[in-house]
Design a protein around this ligand. Sequence first.
Ligand code: TXA
Ligand code: MG
Length: 315
Amino acid sequence: MTERTSPSDAALTEAVRVLGAGGLVAIPTETVYGLGADATSPSAVARIYAAKGRPSFNPLISHLPDVAAARREGVFDATAEKLAAAFWPGPLTLVLPRQAEGSVCDLACAGLASVGLRVPAHRGTLELLRRFGRPVAAPSANRSGRISPTRAADVIAELGGEVDFVLDGGACPVGLESTIVACLDGKATLLRPGGVPREAIEAVLGQTLQMPQGGGIAAPGMMASHYAPRAAVRLGATGLEEGETGLDFANRLGGAAALDLSPSGDLIEAAAHLYEYLRRLDALGTSGIAVAPIPEHGIGAAINDRLRRAAAPRG
Ligand code: TXA
Ligand code: MG
């Protein structure tokens, strides 16, 4: 089961102090843990890129306590207002034109004219954001290209030596990253499937989301190989091959698998388990992970997106 530990007052005070001193704080959110820094400080943001080994052309999401704070950083059109009203706080990131007077630094936006903004649904982190009073830039707290952490212990395993403070807020209930929608030039475009299903967004808007056009990387983080465990990953498995360990869904592999994302076939439960189970299978030292087919509707689209990237040839 998922839980949400509330960080203590002392932990919040320390997190605010570290952020204010330009340090790195791992923050819990409902999706995954983030590696946070003061989004207004280029030197603090530079430490995020260094700690993750992340290319600096890949912009970061800035986290805010409420929509009023977000409006100071991004220009909301009517679509963005609707989406924020429907899904914030929650697992949705909006990519919007930057406000001329915005405080998020160029490096956090990778020099783009747009900014990624999100109000996360985690009580402790919302309190931290309110107390800190500035946007917090935070990518997922993993090394670039690897599995995102969904528990404080995973952050320490991934980046322990690089983080100044870990705010423990329990296990992340959604378990995979936010959905990213760009509201630019009067269009709403789905840049990354995630915690809010596409169907739910389209129901609120009464229109279908556009898909990114043409070549280039729409959300620069969407490289083919990403979210990758050490083991090779094979998708759509109906049985196990020699040397493989199974990751099941709805008991399709019938007891041959080591772990089942959701024996009852619940996609929300499967999303919450995905990264934790990939980590556990990796820890067994298996050379191959065979994954049962996952339905493509609702949050299943985001699960399959992450699994395809985990299975993609490594660069
Ligand atoms: O759930 C989440 O979104 C987590 C938690 C910590 O909030 N964060 C997260 O961050 O997944 P990260 O850095 O791993 O992924 C952010 C994605 C990247 O693919 C990046 O390219 C895209 O957001 N992004 C950020 N700003 C953008 C912008 N201005 N234009 C296009 N893409 C942007
Ligand atoms: Mg990430």
